[in-house]
Design a protein around this ligand. Structure first.
Ligand SMILES: O=C(O)CCC(=O)C(=O)O
Length: 281
């Protein structure tokens, strides 16, 4: 970051019919990340909170709760819970989320990839997320993949996600890093890939924005991003929903079970029961 001042992520309001303005689509294309303010009202936040209660009390079968050395608070990570957690299913399939994702991804086909809940409890200071790109973890070729990250709490800029502006272009794939122990290799890391660039020594513009509940960040799966731990005395939580579109095909590279299914075929789209087609023209 080389003394770089962190600038705001470009922010937009969704239109009255719950679609993103063209400028937001253009900003995502250019910067690799965009913020939609007030994308979801309190009613949808309440549905997500019901989902969190269920996910944390046993409904999510892929849930990790971790407490880092020296931290008073833990952090919880749940993946691909929509089939077990009814309120998450309701939010993903019955809110206007898919309409927004469809427009932002500029795709004819919109496929649900997985949901991801991340709760950094108060004073989980060391629960930092290292610089990475989401695509490094996916067994997928193609570039039409986005993450729709809905803030559930007030998040000041110093606790917010950070992005390297424009780092999704060209679509260079970097090596997956180990979130738990960044100095050790990630178990599915592809050693033929370069490590992500070191933001500390880079003069690439860094973007970050304070968020309010219901605001949503959308970024491309090749955009480099990171996040600090939660030094606040309150929760810092988000539910993100990841989508893929046209030209995304399975490549069978080693990955977590979350991103695979036994029915997938190399070189073919990933549509199946686990990754359903949600919109198409
Ligand atoms: O919210 C965070 O702290 C990190 C989220 C993230 O990096 C991701 O979902 O890929």
């Amino acid at each position: 970051m080389k003394g770089n001042k962190i600038k705001d992520v470009k922010a937009f309001c969704i239109t009255r019919d719950n679609t993103p303005p063209d400028d937001a689509v253009e900003a995502l294309r250019r910067d690799g990340v965009v913020c939609l303010r007030n994308a979801f009202r309190q009613e949808w936040m309440n549905v997500i909170e019901q989902g969190i209660d269920q996910a944390l009390s046993g409904a999510s079968t892929d849930l990790d709760i971790v407490q880092r050395d020296g931290d008073a608070g833990s952090f919880s990570v749940s993946s691909h819970a929509w089939r077990e957690v009814e309120p998450f299913r309701e939010f993903i399939f019955e809110s206007h989320l898919a309409d927004i994702a469809w427009a932002m991804l500029e795709t004819t086909q919109l496929v649900l990839f997985y949901d991801f809940l991340l709760i950094k409890e108060p004073r989980s200071d060391n629960a930092a997320t290292p610089w990475h790109q989401d695509h490094s973890y996916y067994p997928l070729d193609g570039t039409k993949a986005i993450n729709c990250w809905v803030a559930l709490d007030n998040i000041p800029k110093e606790s917010a996600l950070r992005f390297m502006k424009g780092s999704h272009r060209p679509a260079t794939l970097f090596r997956a890093v180990n979130f738990d122990e960044p100095r050790k290799d990630y178990r599915h890391a592809r050693k033929d890939l370069p490590m992500p660039p070191d933001a500390a020594g880079s003069d690439m513009p860094i973007l970050a924005s304070a968020m309010s509940p219901g605001d949503m960040l959308i970024w491309k799966s090749y955009t480099l991003h990171s996040a600090p731990g939660n030094r606040l005395d309150r929760r810092r939580a988000a539910l993100s929903v990841n989508w893929v579109g046209d030209e995304i095909v399975y490549n069978a590279k080693p990955s977590l079970e979350t991103y695979r299914d036994s029915t997938l075929t190399i070189g073919k789209p990933i549509v199946c029961k686990k990754f359903p087609l949600v919109r198409c023209t």
